[in-house]
Design a protein. Structure first.
Length: 210
């Protein structure tokens, strides 16, 4: 079974979805450790409750990104993971770090990429008057939120939506698609090749209801 390290910064509801899928035997892999850049991240409590090893590598203890990413990768590498999963990890990663895990690191981003890379995606979708919004899982490459998309899920935006109501509905989609993508990877069906994501012999993304 594949070894997974999950990186978080906050609530960890996506981590919880992965844990729940692991416990019901549907993940195809094992979460070996959870690492947070913030001591207060509630996801660390979720990991502890599931008897998963936790580490905090606090970015405030490092004077530059290179040193931080070096320390982070040292902790990751003690687990020799097959897959690194970014689950609400709110740090920009250096090129050297990304290169180290290229093809074996996934991120979930709350927009229909390539739309709305970066922060405040829900409010930006509302401000733009978008009728559809959504979430993307992608392989991580040096381009911020720019790696090949594996899977997207869409939601409709209504006039009464706020950033909070969108975030809530996006979360529900995230908790379905992220475990599914991680399972594909663990089954060795999902690969990155020539800067494209592949599932079996098909080029991704897969879009729509999952
Ligand atoms: C998720 O909505 C995820 O898409 C987003 O942070 C949230 C984490 O929620 N990620 C990003 O914005 C990455 N730039 P969680 O801590 O409950 O899993």
């Amino acid at each position: 079974s594949k070894k997974i390290v999950v990186l978080i910064s906050g609530s960890g509801s996506n981590l919880q979805a992965l844990i729940d899928n692991q416990l019901s035997g549907q993940l195809g892999g094992q979460i070996a450790a959870v690492i947070s850049n913030k001591q207060q991240a509630y996801g660390l409590v979720r990991a502890n409750n599931a008897n998963i090893s936790t580490h905090v590598v606090n970015h405030q203890d490092y004077s530059n990104r290179e040193d931080y990413d070096q320390a982070l990768s040292e902790v990751i590498d003690t687990y020799q993971p097959d897959l690194v999963v970014l689950a609400g990890f709110m740090r920009i990663l250096t090129a050297a770090f990304v290169q180290k895990y290229v093809g074996k690191m996934l991120n979930i981003h709350p927009s229909l990429l390539p739309k709305y890379q970066g922060l405040n995606t829900h409010q930006r979708a509302i401000d733009a008057g978008d009728k559809m919004h959504g979430v993307s899982v992608h392989f991580v490459t040096e381009e911020l939120d720019g790696g090949p998309v594996v899977c997207q899920a869409k939601i409709e935006v209504t006039d009464s939506d706020t950033a909070e109501t969108l975030a809530q509905r996006i979360h529900a989609k995230e908790h379905i698609i992220y475990p599914k993508v991680v399972r594909w990877f663990c089954q060795q069906r999902l690969k990155m090749h020539h800067n494209q994501a592949w599932l079996d012999d098909k080029v991704l993304p897969v879009t729509g209801e999952l």
